[in-house]
Write a protein that binds this ligand. Structure first.
Ligand SMILES: Cc1cc2nc3c(=O)[nH]c(=O)nc-3n(C[C@H](O)[C@H](O)[C@H](O)COP(=O)(O)OP(=O)(O)OC[C@H]3O[C@@H](n4cnc5c(N)ncnc54)[C@H](O)[C@@H]3O)c2cc1C
Length: 421
């Protein structure tokens, strides 16, 4: 068997792998990307059904880095205000919900605000549940973010750390809560004001220039890595030898396929959990929503969130039609539901949400993404460091959302790959 000799080998053809290939080109080195799937783009890829295009979960860009904007801005784009909604029982509230309580009955508002005023002055622990109770008070925390956590992270808040929060959660301010309890005319406090999306071609169009410029071998699933010999083997038997290895594979996968990994590192990697996402994509024969995206608090609806590809860009649907995609989260690489449960539940959800009529639905597609969000379990950071230290000692540059094992947006994943070389 011949072993192909290569300079830079990049594992994974998502935006992080493409960022690493860009850097290699700038350095005048030859890099080859190996991707398991039949098309490049990773989480930024999309699929089409009967003229409807769906991304892999909601994707909008709020990149600010010059390097990223220089790439993304080559593609003509639409801009959207970052207006999101929340659904609870039978009503819609603006996001973030604690600052937009106006539609609730007066007694509910009084109870929630009294609880906010009586919130604990000190954090009871370093877990997310303690953070939520300390920020919002027990009543708001229990009615909204604690419930949502079970849906979105598929993990109790008491078992999560807070290191991922950053700007993602709006800190509670009495003035904002009171104002939003009395008026629906509240300012947008989302951490970014404007979201960008390609006019045509789905989110992937932003990274198409990188795909076009890279040498990518599709349908090359990595099944073994021998860091000592600098060899990578693929499912169909081909083997390559590298000078330098960049991996964007999820850390647990990297450890599973690598040889001579110490037991302590294997154990640490096995303890790294991400969420799998059931995507339910719905095509409608007529316009049914003007909302870009919304959160769903009710437990009887499995989806934590939904967004509209047709609102992101009309190019995503045939003329006169519209679309939605629901996101349902599970802990681990597999769904906690059967396909039938997911589809039946989404059908019932449309009725409860009051979106469209059953006869407006042209199709419902169901598929599962095995890796969605890294879960910030308490103690995860230590386990991640153990694995990253081993990867560095094996001269594997591990990068990207799942290679760095972090809550990275597409722009950050691109730069993570770019700086790995
Ligand atoms: C629900 C959700 C919503 C998001 N919304 C946004 C948003 O609005 N804006 C934003 O900027 N970012 C968003 N992101 C983040 C963005 O999707 C990621 O940061 C980015 O796509 C990660 O790129 P990556 O290259 O690191 O990983 P990936 O895209 O996962 O690429 C890794 C690649 O490795 C391949 N691979 C895996 N195993 C193997 C193997 N054994 N052999 C060969 N190849 C393999 C995979 O097929 C994949 O193509 C969102 C992510 C999720 C999950």
């Amino acid at each position: 068997m011949t072993i192909e000799q290569l300079d830079v080998v990049i594992l994974g053809g998502g935006v992080a792998g493409l960022g690493a290939a860009l850097k290699a080109r700038e350095l005048g080195r030859r890099a080859v990307i190996f991707e398991a799937r039949a098309s490049a783009g990773g989480l930024l890829d999309n699929f089409s059904i009967d003229g409807f295009r769906f991304d892999h979960a909601v994707h909008l860009s709020f990149a600010s880095e010059e390097k990223v904007r220089a790439i993304f801005d080559r593609t003509p784009y639409l801009t959207h205000p970052a207006d999101a909604w929340c659904f609870e029982t039978d009503r819609w509230l603006k996001h973030p919900v604690q600052n937009n309580l106006a539609p609730l009955p007066p007694a509910d508002k009084v109870a929630l605000i009294k609880s906010f005023l009586a919130r604990p002055a000190e954090l009871a622990g370093d877990d997310y549940e303690s953070w939520l109770r300390h920020q919002y008070g027990d009543a708001i925390a229990e009615r909204y973010p604690l419930r949502y956590t079970e849906k979105y992270w598929a993990t109790p808040a008491s078992a999560l750390s807070t290191s991922w929060i950053g700007q993602r959660m709006r800190r509670a301010e009495l003035d904002e809560i009171l104002y939003g309890a009395m008026s629906t005319e509240t300012p947008n406090t989302y951490y970014t004001k404007e979201m960008r999306y390609p006019r045509a071609g789905g989110y992937k169009a932003f990274i198409q220039p990188l795909i076009d410029a890279s040498e990518i071998r599709l349908q090359h699933q990595v099944v073994a890595i021998d860091p000592a010999q600098r060899l990578v083997r693929f499912a169909h038997g081909a083997v390559v030898q590298y000078q330098q290895l960049i991996s964007t594979l999820p850390l647990p996968v990297l450890v599973r396929v690598s040889s001579a990994v110490p037991a302590a590192v294997q154990q640490a990697a096995a303890g790294l959990k991400a969420s799998a996402i059931d995507l339910v994509s719905v095509g409608f024969r007529r316009p049914v929503t003007e909302d870009l995206w919304f959160y769903i608090y009710d437990e009887d609806i499995l989806a934590a969130r939904a967004y509209s590809p047709s609102v992101k860009s009309p190019d995503n649907v045939p003329p006169g039609c519209s679309s939605l995609q629901f996101e349902i989260y599970s802990r681990g690489e597999q769904s906690r539901y059967t396909p039938q449960q997911v589809l039946e539940n989404t059908r019932a959800a449309l009725v409860k949400l009051g979106i469209g009529r059953p006869e407006d639905v042209l199709f419902m597609d169901h598929r599962v993404l095995p890796f969605g969000n890294v879960i910030f379990d308490l103690g995860m950071e230590g386990r991640r460091q153990t694995v990253l230290d081993w990867a560095a000692s094996a001269a594997i540059a591990s990068c990207g959302r799942f290679g760095a094992w972090d809550y990275l947006w597409s722009n950050q994943s691109l730069l993570s790959g770019y700086h790995a070389l």
